[in-house]
Design a protein. Structure first.
Length: 308
């Protein structure tokens, strides 16, 4: 008995309509009729009662369905698991993120990844400390990380830009800049930039927190904080200011912190990062799902336009 004949039998047993069965399986209605007739000849009895108004299983048809469907489902599931294992998709995927919008995009990409790869394993998400972006990835505790670029690590690979966001300056509400429509990088010369603590590469942190203004004046670094909440507590207390992505103003609203757009800072661009030695089928499939998701939304998310 051909596998396709069983698929047609099972589909017709569910649809009880030759036309809908043909449409569901992308075959002709004649192919459905031919397959059922061949199966009935083999069994030696009618499997369906056909009238001008309805199609119904006979008693023998119902018995055949009950006897064969569980085994067929087990075979299909086993084949799917074998294919997934062969492609490296069966194992769980661990994906990290460094910002709330990146986390939302990871969740949406995970849904698309599972939809496009039904036999793929679960996707587990993990928030990664801003000051220590790569340690969990290098340990193998993460398969992928969605974080801001640039990444200049010989052992890490990167994907397409998935989020492009303008920057804002988090300041205390009583700070003189809080009432401004926007600020310029040159105005940071007299401020202390609060930084996340951790072993982040200097170039990576400097891209987030510039050490000098466009005019060449040094920008002082202030206290370090172990988490965003700690960092914003220091900002609200007037201990310093913190440049960050514009979308974080929505997620980390505080009554004593104001977010002021920075007019001339380059955007923060986020993309997927993985270990170069572990660029597996799972990693590639997830990266493809994320890129397809962004393309469907007409390119990288550009959260906020710069002030004028």
């Amino acid at each position: 008995m051909e596998r396709r004949d069983l698929e047609i039998f099972f589909a017709l047993a569910e649809e009880l309509h030759f036309g809908r069965t043909a449409q569901r399986l992308h075959v002709s209605q004649a192919r459905v009729s031919q397959s059922i007739k061949q199966l009935e000849r083999r069994v030696g009895a009618a499997l369906f009662e056909r009238t001008s108004r309805q199609v119904a299983l006979t008693a023998i048809g119902r018995q055949l369905l009950e006897d064969t469907r569980p085994g067929y489902d087990l075979i299909r599931a086993g084949l799917a698991r074998a294919v997934a294992a062969g492609r490296g998709l069966a194992a769980p995927l661990h994906v990290g993120f460094t910002s709330p919008l990146a986390g939302e995009l990871v969740m949406s990409a995970a849904h698309r990844y599972r939809r496009d790869n039904p036999s793929a394993g679960e996707v587990h998400i993990h928030e990664v400390p801003l000051g220590d972006p790569f340690t969990l990835l290098r340990r193998g505790e993460l398969d992928l990380l969605l974080a801001h670029h640039p990444v200049r690590e010989d052992d890490l690979g990167t994907g397409d830009v998935l989020i492009s966001d303008t920057r804002v300056l988090a300041v205390a509400t009583r700070h003189p800049l809080a009432s401004r429509g926007c600020v310029h990088l040159d105005e940071l010369a007299g401020e202390r930039l609060l930084a996340p603590s951790g072993p982040a590469p200097a170039y990576w942190l400097d891209h987030l927190l510039p050490r000098a203004t466009p005019g060449g004046q040094a920008i002082e670094r202030g206290a370090q904080a172990a988490s965003r909440q700690e960092l914003l507590t220091l900002v609200g207390a007037g201990r310093g200011v913190h440049p960050t992505a514009a979308h974080e103003a929505r997620y980390y609203a505080r009554p004593n912190v104001t977010y002021v757009p920075i007019s001339d800072a380059p955007p923060l661009e986020y993309g997927l990062i993985w270990r170069a030695a572990a660029h597996t089928d799972r990693v590639r499939a997830f990266a493809t799902a994320a890129a397809d998701l962004v393309r469907h939304d007409n390119g990288p998310a550009n959260v906020c336009a710069p002030c004028r």
